[in-house]
Ligand binder design. Structure first.
Ligand SMILES: [Fe+2]
Length: 230
């Protein structure tokens, strides 16, 4: 990050993430039957995001796309778990994650204002590629394997071709987090709506006017504040 304020912020984010790793591993290993290693497709995506030499590409990948993925995964778990302890843990973690995304949107927006259309196109392509990889490859391969299901069969059933709209609740949540943030950054409409046209094909532009994470963060924060004073 080029600015000292953003460096300070990044340091606090590292601390948040360490706390998340700690709380989730403890939960999985003591309350459940242990945890899975990182999904290999997620690992490859993270490596590519971190390997980019342009700080703002890493930032877009981590703060907007992968944090969006985290928010979607945690929201789904929060909606579906019957366990009040996990619900509460998730609520606290989501409040941190939403702050990470909100900060990412703020800093990138300022930086993007100074970019040319050609430079913005590279950011649009990067966001689209990450979105497609998350959509098409994160199919819980390691879970099928442990359950004794043939992974190739499972992928054939769960993988939805690019031209078909995917109505899977997790996919919907994922894009409901990513699309409004891309819009706020100006990525949806730059270059004659390059990204908008592609998101249209995936059937996810309908989320463009949903709450972006900056607004959502304030909501999480309110809830935590109420809980703290209750
Ligand atoms: Fe985070």
């Amino acid at each position: 990050m080029p600015w000292i304020d953003a460096k300070y912020y990044a340091a606090t984010q590292v601390m948040d993430e360490a706390r998340h790793v700690e709380v989730f591993s403890k939960y999985l290993d003591t309350k459940l039957s242990g945890h899975y290693p990182i999904n290999s497709h997620l690992k490859m995506l993270l490596d590519d995001i971190i390997a980019d030499s342009r700080w703002d590409m890493t930032y877009l990948g981590m703060q907007i796309m992968v944090e969006g993925l985290a928010l979607a995964a945690f929201s789904l778990a929060h909606q579906t778990t019957p366990d009040p302890l996990l619900k509460q843990l998730l609520r606290y973690v989501m409040s941190d994650e939403a702050r990470h995304v909100a900060f990412g949107v703020l800093s990138l927006k300022e930086f993007y204002d100074g970019l040319t259309e050609a430079e913005l196109l590279e950011r649009q392509e990067f966001a689209f590629e990450a979105a497609v990889r998350m959509r098409d490859r994160f199919l819980q391969q390691e879970v099928w394997e442990r359950m004794g299901v043939d992974v190739k069969d499972a992928i054939r059933i769960f993988n939805v071709p690019a031209e078909v709209k995917n109505e899977d609740p997790f996919q919907q949540l994922l894009f409901s987090k990513i699309v409004p943030n891309c819009k706020k950054l100006g990525l949806l409409d730059a270059n004659d709506g390059w990204l908008r046209k592609r998101f249209d094909v995936l059937g996810v532009t309908k989320f463009e006017d949903w709450q972006d994470t900056g607004e959502e963060y304030l909501e999480f924060d309110e809830v935590n504040k109420d809980r703290a004073t209750a």
